[in-house]
Design a protein around this ligand. Structure first.
Ligand code: NAD
Length: 242
């Protein structure tokens, strides 16, 4: 282990309230593209940029085009948790990590075994009829032809994901802010830290062990106590804390 990896391992061993704050980069090693890497969704060709397509007004105006993109690019139901997800679940079960705060909507942290997960942007696994409120799983949406409709009333089904122009759920926000505010170690990973208000949550951290694990530089690197540049799954794989 390098000095940096050993430092992170030691800080994790000493922590009982660490929080991991992550984004799309955590799931790229599971095969789900992020938004801003060179092979991310922003650099692929669509009629509109992803930020436009997954906005509230676009969903309302052009649900067909929304679901074409959403089912094709955001509903990656065959993806499996990678080492980053698995290590975080392990550190929680060992009593070092208190919570995962994620901008991801793929549900891979829970699949890996993480228990306290604040999903700031919702989850593809929850979908509701906008008319009668009936619940549908992600498979139902994936298998639907065109726009998914409720099998009870015919209403439009909306994924429980926070689209651009929509606000974050208050209860989840409160939980995330509280966990970050109490943390003695904050690890930020796999996020460009440019999507607000989510990225602003890291400002609630009051401790002096701020770690960044990311492929590309982030705006928080300058204020970090430790920066590990590279693939998060490969980096976490080398961290031995037991
Ligand atoms: P982003 O695409 O803006 O940034 C991803 C960051 O992760 C980049 O800085 C990139 O360098 C880094 N990265 C990529 N692969 C990595 C790896 N293997 N190891 C370490 N770092 C890696 O993503 P964001 O900051 O999360 O913001 C995009 C928004 O889009 C978020 O709201 C997110 O919810 C959503 N999104 C979610 C998913 C998902 O659920 N898996 C996928 C795409 C986008």
């Amino acid at each position: 282990m390098t000095v940096e990896l050993e430092t992170l391992a030691q800080w994790l061993r000493e922590s009982h309230s660490a929080v991991f704050f992550g984004g799309a980069g955590v799931s790229t090693e599971s095969g789900i593209p992020d938004f801003r890497s060179v092979d991310g969704l922003y650099n692929q060709t669509y009629d509109d940029p992803p930020e436009t397509i997954i906005s509230h007004s676009f969903f309302e105006a052009k649900p067909e085009a929304f679901f074409r993109f959403y089912k094709d690019k955001m509903l990656c139901l065959e993806a499996k948790p990678n080492t980053a997800h698995q290590r975080l679940a392990q550190w929680e079960s060992q009593g070092h990590l208190a919570a995962v705060v994620t901008q991801n909507i793929d549900g891979l942290h829970q699949e890996a075994g993480s228990k306290t997960v604040y999903e700031l942007h919702g989850s593809v696994h929850r979908n509701y009829c906008t008319h009668c409120g009936k619940f549908f799983d992600a498979q139902y949406v994936k298998e639907s032809v065109g726009v998914p409709r409720c099998d009870a009333c015919g209403g439009l089904i909306k994924p429980d994901v926070v689209l651009y122009e929509e606000g974050l759920a208050e209860e989840i926000l409160r939980g995330a802010v509280s966990a970050i505010g109490r943390a003695d170690l904050l690890i930020i990973g796999g996020t460009s830290l440019v999507v607000y208000p989510a990225a602003g949550l890291v400002n609630y951290y009051r401790g002096n062990r701020l770690v960044i694990v990311n492929k590309a530089p982030t705006p928080a690197d300058r204020s970090a106590d430790l920066v590990l540049q590279g693939k998060i799954g490969e980096i976490f794989e080398q961290i031995q804390i037991a």
